[in-house]
Design a protein around this ligand. Sequence first.
Ligand code: AMP
Length: 418
Amino acid sequence: MQFQAPRGTHDVLPSESHRWQYLERTFAGLVELYGYREIRTPAFEDTELFVRSSGETSDIVSKQMYTFIDKGGRSVTLKPEGTAPSIRSYLEHHLGDANQINRLWYQTQIFRYERPQKGRYREAHQLGIELIGSPSPLADAEVIELTVRFYQTIGFEKPTVLLNSLGREQTRAQFRTAILKHAASWLKDQSEEDRARAERNPLRLLDSKSPEIQAMMQGSAQISDFLEDDSRDHFRALQNHLDGAGISYRVAPEIVRGLDYYTDTVFEVQSESLGAQSALCGGGRYDNLIEQLGGPPTASVGVALGIERALIALEADDEQNQTPLLEAYVVAAFEGARCDALQLARELRSDGISAQCDLDRLSLRAQVKQADKLQARFALIIGESELASRTVTVKRLADGHQISSSREDLPATLKALS
Ligand code: AMP
């Protein structure tokens, strides 16, 4: 029997992992410049944590969680998102006691029982940040700016932010009533289950992918009609900050996000090349979440970015793919040079240059072939005369260009030829 990765999951193969590492490194480097520190949380949590935070009516809780009873009889769930576990940890370890503002970042797998398609998996990977402890629109702007800078750094020319404000409880209640009124005659003809779902969370009718629902929602009230003054001021100030930072955005009333915990600001960055699963990332403000999880009222804002989706969207012009994985393959041209070849590989590595050499007593020709196969940038050949003169023949494999270099000058020679 031949095993396969479970449906909706995928392996990251050695030929692809450098693309992942590049995104992860770039993200970590960027967020640390803003003072974010990494937090790592377990792969599973108490089920109740996600029910409480995402909300009973969210897609995640109502149909996507990988929940099981462990051998001790506890209900646990593989984490479907990174925010609730980060906040659980923040509260458990009293991180808020030491600093009023905490900037956290994470890198995590998420598990959601979804129908797999391009850009949508049952196990996916996210990078994320949480800026905990500030109600200022400057905090929202920082999270959005950082997100945009990340996409620019990895090669998106003009990432556009879709921005909306969901207001607070009162706004949401009024808006729900307005939507249900607008949809009433359509809802009458729907199945009991669909009707019940829409009534539980009418906001989801707004971001439905169904053309029928989209057509039905045309002309419905907009949430901006109901925003309270504080929310309106916050939203306006955020837009001013984004203008000031030169970030392009579009106010998009259809962005409501699938999780119940958002307040005021929500945003996404989308990419056309992703097809139906067009969101590269999703984020927003969640001022009630920490209190909901048993902490003091603490205003916060965050974002989660999908790694797979960024990689799919970047596929077309992926510079990183062109970078050779190996700089130097050291070739021993005769038996007596084998020790020296090993030693040279060691020296190169301590100079920060990746290097390999033959382990299996291959012939000279087979070693050069191996260097080609590994897509090394250079074959470094040590023959009898090179050994005697402490030199190396450097062969650039892309075009066969060949020169001799002294051992001492080798790092500089390789640099000059790259
Ligand atoms: P969310 O936590 O739903 O706001 O998702 C944030 C981002 O994570 C999305 O914009 C996607 O890029 C990514 N993402 C979420 N769910 C999946 C999934 N099932 N498969 C792949 N990427 C996902």
